[in-house]
Design a protein around this ligand. Structure first.
Ligand code: ADP
Length: 484
């Protein structure tokens, strides 16, 4: 049987999803791996664990479906940084996108007045999240790393790059535009590594992979790899951009909201990057037809994890799913608001000092009101980001995915508070679907022939007055969190 094989390398697990030519899922294999917390705020991953998990998923897939693989594609957690020698040996654990170890370096860069310059070149805000300062940290903290780098013997990769290098036995040293745009070293307008930024952070250009469109013949797996034969790698993209493409969010204003641990909001601006509000970041979307797509991106730090917090830390619910029944058991939030500013507030407030609050408590309040307020808090935060995007642009289709998007109350409240229609797919497997679309396009399949409209439409039902009252209540709660 001929099939496409998609590797979805995420933060906590790797999944190998196999698609038929027509886009039907044939098999999903998944293996989890550990996150390594070495100190508060430090998050690493052992690359060998990732590779072992990938190899097992591939072997299980081949055992079940055979090895007639047409092509391979990769979606990956973004920004996570690995430095490795030319024989594919990592010199240290991968530093996770979540790791905050370079906060003080980022502060120094800001104090040097570099924020505007970096934004103008990379579309990003200076933040430990992006790869650049993680590379700097590794070069200056791992013995001999800087020497190896200066002698052209050390390579940097986001995980896509490392996986391709590993699978091709060192023949492919490449990345795609979506991943390059998350490094804080790539000029997203001239579409090249920025020499000035690399120099500023002591990063030799020889460490950086060549950058290609997301749909591209990146190269072939090696006969010595787990695949035991040469198979073309034809599609690569960062997971968030892949998911937007998986919804076929290819027109101006098409938006994707992922409700996972955090929430990621991406809107396709096509070529119109000038209209992206300055408090958001600009990033590159999947490139498949020689056109550059600029995306407006904003994120919410505490999304589904707020529900996990009220489950594990407050013990108000036993499962995340139960949150929906609790919220529906009461007719409103009884004036209670939660602002989960546990580590400060992001867009549009950008206050690292803000702290979380639960406010508006009265004697009639019970746990259901608090659970409801937690779900509502996710929607208010997403709404803040959507409002920034919608300030200068019209949102077109708004698609949702992620683990918490199954919650009907959450989706209805989002539609209500943002006063917009939401499209929720029956198949929430959007990240790997985006990569499948790239592989199918590269194979000559017209994906428009394949796409069936499998979306549930969620319409706004709340009246204007109620919406305004609620938004006003949330705004007052945010002021309290900011003044904490
Ligand atoms: P990630 O990919 O970021 O690990 P997922 O997309 O798997 O996350 O979503 C899991 C998150 O969503 C968890 O934080 C969990 O608390 C939350 N979640 C899962 N199911 C629900 C639900 N039915 N209602 C609300 N939140 C949920």
């Amino acid at each position: 049987m001929k099939y496409f094989l998609v590797i979805d390398e995420g933060t906590t697990s790797v999944r190998v999803i196999s698609y038929s030519l027509e886009g039907k899922i044939l098999a999903i294999k998944q293996k989890e791996y550990e996150q390594i917390y070495t100190k508060p705020g430090y998050v690493e991953q052992d690359i060998n664990d990732i590779i072992k998990s990938l190899d097992r998923c591939v072997l299980e897939t081949i055992k079940e479906l055979g090895d007639d693989i047409i092509s391979i594609g990769i979606a990956n957690q973004r920004e996570t940084t690995v430095l490795f020698t030319k024989d594919a040996k990592p010199i240290y654990n991968a530093i996770s996108w979540q790791c905050r170890r370079t906060s003080s370096l980022c502060e120094t860069l800001k104090q040097q007045g570099l924020e505007a310059k970096i934004k103008a070149k990379t579309g990003l805000k200076i933040d430990p999240y992006f790869s650049a300062t993680k590379i700097y940290w590794l070069l200056h903290n791992v013995p001999h790393a800087l020497d190896l780098a200066n002698n052209g013997k050390l390579l940097f990769g986001t995980i896509d790059t490392y996986l391709m290098y590993y699978l091709s036995n060192g023949k492919i040293f490449k990345t795609d535009v979506t991943n390059a745009s998350r490094t804080m070293l790539y000029n997203i307008y001239s579409k090249e590594w920025d020499k000035e930024l690399c120099k500023l952070l002591d990063i030799p250009l020889s460490m950086l992979a060549n950058v290609y469109p997301s749909k591209h013949l990146f190269g072939y797996t090696s006969c010595d790899s787990i695949f035991k034969k040469e198979i073309p790698i034809m599609g690569v993209a960062g997971d968030q951009q892949a998911a937007l493409f998986g919804h076929l969010g290819i027109n101006k204003g098409d938006t994707k909201i992922t409700y996972g641990t955090g929430c990621f909001i991406l809107t396709n601006m096509c070529e119109d990057y000038q209209n992206i509000d300055d408090s958001l970041i600009t990033t590159l979307g999947v490139e498949y037809d020689n056109k550059t797509n600029y995306l407006a991106e904003g994120s919410v730090f505490y999304g589904g994890s707020l529900i996990k917090w009220i489950r594990d830390n407050l013990g108000l619910i036993k499962t995340a799913k139960e949150s929906e029944a609790c919220a529906l058991a009461v007719k409103d939030n009884l004036g209670i608001y939660i602002v989960p500013a546990f580590t400060g507030l992001g867009a549009p407030y950008w206050s690292p000092e803000a702290r979380g609050i639960i406010c508006g408590l009265t004697a009639g309040a019970n746990k259901n009101h608090i659970v409801r307020a937690a779900l509502e808090a996710i929607c208010y935060q997403v709404n803040d980001v959507l409002s920034l995007i919608a300030k200068n642009n019209k949102l077109n289709n708004v698609y949702v995915d992620g683990g918490a998007a199954v919650n009907d109350f959450l989706m209805q409240f989002q539609a209500d508070i943002s006063n917009m229609q939401i499209k929720r797919p029956n198949n929430i497997e959007r990240t790997s679907l985006g990569i499948y679309y790239l592989l199918a396009l590269a194979y000559g399949i017209n994906i428009c022939d394949l796409v069936k409209d499998d979306y549930n439409l969620i319409y706004p039902l709340m009246n204007k007055k109620e919406r305004e009252n609620l938004l006003d209540g949330y705004k007052k709660a945010v002021l309290k969190a900011l003044n904490n």
